[in-house]
Design a protein. Structure first.
Length: 275
């Protein structure tokens, strides 16, 4: 989890640093390029080339169109909003996932999930503060990104029944690479100096964050993993305050706490049923 937390924070810092010189689509292009090279080398080196193919192409395309939209909104939010607010709004992904899974995957919407969704929406209201002032459009972009991520997560769950994790990640990079390249052509900026360092960091941390999170899920209780994941918010808030002179509002902490609390209710209930 320490590896995951470090990776998520470095990814956000890299996105913020690059946003001053590069368009978001170009950042996503290089992110996919680095990821594609690393995953391809891992698969080839381990002599598992069969993982480079899939007979679920349509489902992979659907997943990655939404995942690409989620990434675009997330990196756009990183450039426009305080880092802590982006991370806080990202905690809504589980509640959107629960709603989407109940509609499209036939998963039962239990009382616990209902409470989780209500707490999540309340947390969003506290963070965005509708009615107090004009809602920042960038906040809506990040919320849209969270919904896109939720669709991608639901599709991933469906794919994971038959597809190897490396295949899912490889197809992600393969599909998103040309999409990002085409959209980035209209405002292409050649990376210079430290840009290359941040681009490599982005590509590596994008993979290491998910790898570390998955390994943590396998070696510890999900409740502990989710609780530790909440540390992303105060950590990135510290980065924002000291490196980017951002203000940290208590509303962010309260809203995000409600979201995490709702997620923990659902996870504990699921754990008891599994036991």
């Amino acid at each position: 989890m320490l590896g995951a937390l470090t990776s998520f924070c470095l990814m956000a810092i890299g996105g913020r640093e690059l946003s001053e010189q590069m368009d978001t689509f170009q950042i996503l292009f290089y992110r996919s390029l680095v990821g594609f090279l690393i995953i391809s080398l891992v698969i080839i080196f381990t002599k598992q080339t069969y993982l480079l193919r899939s007979d679920k192409s349509a489902r992979h395309v659907l997943r990655n169109l939404f995942h690409f939209g989620g990434q675009y909104g997330w990196f756009k939010g990183i450039a426009l909003l305080p880092l802590a607010e982006v991370f806080a709004l990202e905690f809504t992904v589980p509640l959107w996932t629960a709603l989407i899974a109940s509609v499209f995957l036939g998963e039962k919407l239990t009382k616990e999930k209902g409470i989780s969704i209500m707490l999540g929406l309340l947390g969003v209201a506290i963070i965005v503060q509708p009615g107090i002032e004009i809602i920042d459009p960038a906040s809506l972009i990040v919320l849209g990104a969270a919904i896109c991520y939720a669709v991608a997560h639901s599709t991933t769950k469906s794919l994971s029944k038959t597809e190897h994790p490396l295949t899912i990640v490889f197809m992600m990079c393969l599909i998103q690479l040309p999409i990002a390249f085409i959209f980035s052509l209209s405002d292409w900026q050649t990376p210079v100096g430290t840009d290359w360092l941040w681009l490599v960091i982005l590509g590596v941390t994008a993979l290491s964050a998910h790898y570390c999170m998955t390994k943590a899920m396998l070696t510890a209780e999900v409740t502990m993993v989710v609780t530790m994941d909440f540390l992303r918010l105060p950590l990135i808030a510290i980065v924002g305050v000291f490196f980017y002179q951002e203000n940290f509002e208590i509303a962010l902490l309260i809203g995000a706490s409600l979201m995490v609390g709702g997620n923990l209710i659902t996870i504990r209930k699921t754990g008891k049923q599994a036991g």
